[in-house]
Design a protein around this ligand. Sequence first.
Ligand code: PFF
Ligand code: NA
Length: 452
Amino acid sequence: MSGQNPTTSKKTWANRWTFLLAAAGSAIGLGNIWKFPYIAGQYGGGAFVMLYLLCIAIMGVPLLMAETAIGRHTRLSPLNAIKKLTSDLGASKLWGIIGWMGMLAGFLILSFYSVIAGWSLSYAWDIVTGAFNGMTTDQVGDAFGGLVSSAPRQIFWHTTFMLITLLITARGIHKGLEKGLQVMMPALFALLLVMLGYSMLETGQFMRGFNFMFSVDFSKVTGEAFVAALGQAFFTLSLGMCCLMAYGAYMPANNSIPRTAINVAALDTLMAIISGLIVFPIVFAYGLEPSAGPGLLFVSLTAAFVHMPMGELFGFLFFVLVGIAALSSAISLVEPALAWLIERTPLSRTVATVILCAAIWFVGLGTVFSMSGDLTFTLFEKNFFDLLDYFTSNILLPVGGLLISVFAGWVMKRSTMMKELGLSVGVFNLWRAMIRVVVPLCVLTVLITTLF
Ligand code: PFF
Ligand code: NA
């Protein structure tokens, strides 16, 4: 974000790369590297991946454009943007719910996101200190069990991650972070390519992993897989919670929104697909289960790092870079609620950040204790973490996206959106038909058929 105080300064970013970097920084994170392989594994591979790619293309890209355009048009924080637009356009004040849901989603997502990012930091530490040296694959699996069954260890790393997020957010030093990201995102990408090389050349199971991801078993195209794919598409693109609206407020007027949206979606999707192509061949080579759940990335990659030449170095770098990718996403998750607190209460930026992060940290303990088995509460056979994840990704974000698309398509003036998007009439009409009809209908159909 720009300058010292990104929430109130209405300056725009210096050039078109800065917005792309910030949006990609928000999009690329645990969703791609940790969540995509684990959810794809749980829903059986190819069928899920196909539905996921469909959701990205049909709903993700048009919505990315809509959110960014609304943000840039108003240059306000999401909740105030919606408020101003509804009063200017004479629309119902109820649309403000979009902003409220976005703040809630960001709050709840970050509470568990931080715990998983903490796992990554814990792995970086354990790998570099040699804790995994000489372990068999079974022992690597047990070590993961050891981490998640220990509440104190998880709390330590969860706290560390939230403290780093707090420091960067409170001091408004996103700019410094973005400088760092210019180096670290390409480094993460390069490391993913190294790991991809390992999966291709060393596991002997690359084609099996590839087929798992891309051959579609149509009996697995179920409503449940569809809602999971929809939720994952929104989660991975940071959609449906006004995060890109907040970022769009700083985008220079001469940037092309459609081009940026396509670039962000393409980069994000590429990272997810590569992660899958790394994880599944390793999973098959080491006799692991694709449906193993949230530990999939950690167990499979660590099993590989143990066997790789220079595995300690690669493993350490990998998990640190995943932590940093998570950090740039975490900052965007706090932003909507923080912007609101600063605009609407007398709190200073620092105090608002501390209160917000402390509350998020506290809710995160629920995820820690449900992982460690101390919190045994379940509902619909889901524990606290599963419920939070399901409710945010599969309900809050899609419903938020649905409302944003209706707002952008039916409430916003056609001429405003046309000017922001800068498309030719034909392509614009196609976008508008998608955002008015296709996106809302698809989201509604998926939600209704699976939830009721
Ligand atoms: N897109 C991020 C990821 O894939 O890890 C997670 C995320 C960030 C979701 C910001 C939503 C959001 F607003
Ligand atoms: Na993502």
